[in-house]
Design a protein around this ligand. Structure first.
Ligand code: GDP
Ligand code: MG
Length: 302
């Protein structure tokens, strides 16, 4: 990296109707890799979907669910969700609106009317241009540009990878000067394990509150599909001090049982299959002092 250039980093959300190609684009840019530890600086409401790290910049993609799931005329509930989503967008630096080569309808107009309230740099990506003739591109872009003043419009094909580096280049152009939020060795391609660990950790906090503060770490040892409908997961909750071990186990094992039950239900919901959760308690003194101990306790850091 040129020492004279400032590193740029920030949060970016992909907005668009179902089927326009948001997931395809994210997978193309990010792959399966997600961040292990969420520092959650300003984006507590948003889920981190992926991180793309360049030599001079880092793009953190976050989900803003409310704007992603409108596939029909919005109901009053949709409107409420959208209001919440708009608030969640305050921590986002750049919005990328993805559309496909179709004439915009009332749903698009609805999304744009909300985007007008968010004064963030907004880029239009006309996706799936592999499906249309070159001459048609400007026409479609023009239709969307009538509805909103974009900072930039870019025709792309997420599937073929066309113009994606132009898109990321434009995004980076709108990111603030900021050091990277994630070091590249804290990015993993094992999202399920991380998700499971996070869900267990969440239950520990919910159930133990003050007694066991943020000093637990969860390691998922095994994650095996026993059959199409049953996944076996073994995990250990590591406390930092042995005094916390007793609290985590509880009277006659009541606490670990409760943590396990709640976590299992939540994991089953997320994974969409039955789960056998084998949960244990351990102690790793002082793990928080050393980032390397993340590796020791099993995060597959690349
Ligand atoms: P999402 O609902 O916005 O996340 O959309 P998906 O990423 O799931 O894509 C919906 C469909 O569009 C899938 O069948 C993709 O394969 C297809 N698709 C996505 N991007 C492109 C593209 O650039 N070109 C073409 N031809 N199809 C695409
Ligand atoms: Mg999707």
């Amino acid at each position: 990296m040129n020492p004279n250039t400032q590193y740029k980093a920030g949060f970016v959300t992909l907005v668009g109707r179902p089927n326009v190609g948001k997931s395809t684009l994210l997978n193309k840019l990010v792959g399966e890799k997600i961040a292990i530890i969420s520092p959650r600086p300003q984006t507590t409401r948003n889920i981190i979907r992926g991180v793309v790290t360049f030599e001079e910049a880092q793009i953190v993609f976050v989900d803003t669910p409310g704007l992603m799931h409108i596939d029909k005329a919005p109901t009053p509930v949709d409107r409420k969700i959208l209001e919440e989503t708009i608030k969640g967008l305050e921590g986002v630096d750049v919005v990328v609106v993805i559309v496909e080569p179709k004439i915009p309808g009332p749903e698009d107009e609805f999304i744009f009317s909300h985007l007008k309230k968010i004064r963030k740099p907004t880029i239009l990506a006309l996706n799936k241009i592999d499906r249309i003739k070159k001459e048609e591109i400007d026409n479609y872009m023009g239709e969307y540009e009538k509805l909103f003043t974009f900072n930039k419009s870019i025709p792309i094909s997420a599937k073929k990878g066309t113009n994606l580096s132009i898109l990321t280049g434009e995004i980076i152009g709108y990111l603030p000067d900021h050091p990277p939020y994630y070091s590249s060795d804290l990015i993993t391609d094992q999202p399920e394990r991380i998700l499971v660990a996070e869900l267990i950790r969440e239950k520990v906090f919910q159930l133990t509150r003050q007694e066991v503060p943020y000093s637990v770490l969860v390691k998922v040892h095994e994650f095996k599909e026993r059959s199409r409908d049953l996944t076996y997961i073994s995990a250990t909750i590591y406390a930092e001090h042995s005094s916390q071990k007793g609290i985590l186990i509880g009277k006659k094992g009541s606490m670990i049982k409760k943590i396990g039950e709640l976590a299992r239900k939540e994991i089953e919901n997320r994974l969409g299959c039955r789960v056998y959760l084998d949960l244990n308690i351990g102690v790793k003194k002082g793990w928080r002092k050393n980032i390397d101990s993340l590796k020791d306790i099993g995060f597959e850091i690349r």
